[in-house]
Design a protein around this ligand. Structure first.
Ligand code: URA
Length: 281
């Protein structure tokens, strides 16, 4: 059946408007050719740790305690598997391989690439961001998009660059639409980033943004309260100093806050200078 040109033009305009709506809503990734109604699909296997218990048949009596326990047990299993896998890696290369083979985090299914690290293992400073964005996902490297360019300028302001630091994220796969990783995703990936810090063995850890500070330093307050504060961080080998500061993506949105980040960077420089000669134990 053919459609008159005016009708085709109206359909195209409606489709364009729908696409613009999706882009505004943060959807920039098509996972499949055709849409799926996931609610209408029969149960299918889910990543370990995220398995829902099958819904009880209508005649089955309700058992409130069991579903929660079953779900918690499998989440625990995934967490245990993440800890054991991360612990088993004895080098950063082994850890990267172990992460690439780990199927416990659903973010892996929608990401293009594992974004493990950039910079120099063993550098005195390790920076940990939140999660890869679109550019990082495409290139498989952390902080290569707009916030990465700002991060490079921030580092250069205190005499550092990518070669003199090591950079990673609390979650190594891009969350769809660049959303913040859920607490569950961050928790599943935490043993890996903790092991990465231990194996990198920096003198100073810098948490970029609230989710990183919350995941690694155990703080609950927002980043505007925690930034600029120093913490002790136990790597597993030794206690090092850790600083929370503002995320470059936040600074791109709130440039007036760069003065606070500048204070933090100067404090970092000072600690590096003061401890330059200290031997690692
Ligand atoms: N934001 C992050 O937290 N990490 C990246 O790698 C890029 C942007």
């Amino acid at each position: 059946m053919s459609h008159p040109p005016a009708e085709i033009g109206a359909r195209e305009a409606a489709l364009e408007a729908l696409l613009a709506f999706y882009v505004d809503a943060g959807v920039d990734l098509a996972l499949d050719e055709a849409p799926h109604d996931r609610f209408a699909e029969p149960d299918r296997p889910q990543p370990r740790g995220e398995q829902a218990r099958p819904a009880p048949a209508p005649s089955e009596p309700r058992q409130p305690a069991a579903p929660a326990f079953a779900a918690a047990a499998s989440a625990d299993e995934t967490a245990l598997a993440a800890c054991a896998t991360a612990r088993g890696a004895t080098s950063l290369d082994e850890l990267r391989e172990a992460l690439a083979a780990f199927d416990g985090c659903a973010l892996k299914a929608t990401a293009k690439n594992l974004v493990f690290a950039d910079g120099t293992p063993g550098a005195r400073v390790m920076l940990v961001g939140e999660a890869p964005g679109r550019e990082e996902d495409i290139q498989g490297k952390p902080f290569v998009g707009r916030s990465g360019q700002l991060l490079d300028r921030m580092l250069s302001a205190i005499g550092l660059d990518r070669g003199s630091v090591y950079i990673a994220n609390i979650v190594p796969w891009r969350p769809p639409g660049n959303r913040t990783p859920t607490p569950q995703e961050a928790a599943i990936c935490r043993p890996f980033i903790e092991r990465q810090i231990e194996l990198c063995d920096p003198d100073v850890l810098v948490c970029l943004g609230g989710p990183s500070a919350q995941a690694l330093l155990g703080v609950r307050e927002g980043i505007l309260r925690t930034r600029g504060k120093w913490f002790d961080y136990e790597t597993g080998r030794r206690t090092i100093r850790a600083l929370a500061t503002l995320h470059p993506a936040y600074l791109l949105r709130q440039p007036a806050q760069k003065r606070l980040a500048w204070r933090d960077l100067r404090a970092l420089r000072k600690v590096l200078d003061e401890t330059a000669g200290a031997a690692r134990s």
